[in-house]
Design a protein around this ligand. Structure first.
Ligand SMILES: Nc1ncnc2c1ncn2[C@@H]1O[C@H](COP(=O)(O)OP(=O)(O)OP(=O)(O)O)[C@@H](O)[C@H]1O
Ligand SMILES: [Mg+2]
Length: 269
C-alpha cells in the first residue's frame, strides 16, 4: 500500500522517567522518509534522550518507538536491533571521536565491527568517506587531538556515514563551531543529503543551522512535542518557550540587520 509520506520513525505516547524525574509525558512524533527534522527544546527537555530512544539505546518507560516502520522490522527483536544500528549513523553531542584512535581507525571502526570486510576494502571505504566530508587523505593518520574543531566534526560525520546509513542522527552538529565552519558543515550536510537519500533527525538550537537544514521542526516543551511544522508555522505557535526562543533569535538578527525573516512576526510574551 502506498502512502504519500512514508514514516521512517513513529513515536507514540512515549513516557520517560529517570527515577522520579519525568522527562517525557506523552510524546508523539513522526519522521518522514527523506526529510530533515530538527528537534528544539530547552536544556534538559529530553532531546538527546529522545534520539537515544529512537536508536534503541534507551527504552522508554511507556509508549512505542517504531523505526523503519514500513518494513516491519520492528516486530522481532535481536537481529532487528543489530540491523537498526547498521542502518543509522550518529553524530553524538559529546565525544565526537575516540581520542586514542587515528582518524583512519575512527572511521574504520564501524566497518571493522561488521567482520565481513578485509583491510583493503576497509581502506578504500575510509578514503571514500574522507573524500565525502572533504578531508584530505594525508590527515588519515592524525590523532584527533591534532585536528581543529571543524575537522573533528567532519571526521565524526565520516564515521557516522561509514555504513551508508539511511537515517542520520545529529546532536548539536554545529555547536562550538565558529559561523564560517558552521556554514560549511551545513553545506556538507545538504550535499550529502542530495547524494545519499538520507533522512536526518537533528537537534540544534543554532539559528543558521536550523534555517538552512530543517524541513520541519519539532518543539519539545512541557515534557511533550507541543508543535511540529515549518519554521514559519512553529514560530506562530503560542507558547512561552517558542516566544523566548524566537525572541533571542530576533535580537541576534536585529544585531545583524536582517529584516525579512518570518520569526520577526512571532508572538511575543
Ligand atoms: N541516564 C540518565 N540518568 C538520569 N537522568 C538522566 C539520564 N539521561 C538523561 N537524564 C536527565 O534527563 C533530562 C533530559 O536529558 P537530555 O540529555 O535528553 O536533555 P537535552 O534536551 O538533550 O539537553 P541539552 O540541551 O542540555 O543537551 C535531563 O534532566 C537529564 O539530566
Ligand atoms: Mg542533549
Amino acid at each position: 500500500m502506498m502512502t504519500k509520506q512514508k514514516h521512517i520513525i513513529e513515536i507514540e505516547a512515549l513516557h520517560t522517567r529517570f527515577g522520579n524525574h519525568v522527562v517525557h509525558k506523552n510524546v508523539n512524533l513522526s519522521v518522514y522518509r527523506g526529510e530533515i527534522l530538527t528537534l528544539i527544546g530547552g536544556s534538559g527537555s529530553g532531546k538527546t534522550t529522545l534520539l537515544r530512544q529512537m536508536l534503541r539505546l534507551e527504552t522508554p518507560a511507556q509508549g512505542r518507538v517504531r523505526i523503519f516502520t514500513n518494513e516491519h522490522i520492528d516486530s522481532n527483536l535481536s537481529p532487528q536491533e543489530k540491523n537498526i544500528h547498521s542502518r543509522c549513523g550518529v553524530l553524538f553531542q559529546q565525544g565526537a571521536l575516540f581520542s586514542a584512535l587515528t582518524v583512519f581507525d575512527n572511521i574504520a571502526l564501524p566497518l571493522r565491527e561488521l567482520h565481513i570486510l578485509d583491510e583493503k576494502m576497509i581502506h578504500d571505504l575510509v578514503m571514500i568517506k574522507l573524500n565525502m566530508v572533504a578531508i584530505a587523505r594525508e590527515h588519515a593518520d592524525k590523532m584527533p587531538a591534532a585536528l581543529s574543531g571543524g575537522m573533528i566534526k567532519r571526521v565524526a560525520l565520516a564515521r557516522a556515514l561509514a555504513l551508508d546509513p539511511q537515517l542520520l542522527f545529529l546532536d548539536e552538529p554545529t555547536a562550538g563551531l565558529d559561523p564560517e565552519l558552521s556554514e560549511s558543515f551545513v553545506e556538507l550536510i545538504l550535499a550529502l543529503r542530495r547524494e545519499m537519500d538520507l533522512t536526518i533527525v537533528m537537534v540544534s538550537h543554532d539559528l543558521d543551522t536550523l534555517v538552512a537544514l530543517s524541513d520541519r521542526i519539532a518543539v519539545l516543551a512541557d515534557q511533550k512535542v507541543i508543535t511540529t511544522g515549518t519554521l514559519d508555522e512553529i514560530c506562530h505557535f503560542e507558547h512561552p518557550f517558542i516566544a523566548s526562543f524566537f525572541k533571542s533569535i530576533r535580537q541576534k538578527f536585529e544585531q545583524k540587520n536582517h529584516s525579512e525573516q518570518p520569526w520577526k512576526t512571532a508572538p511575543m510574551p
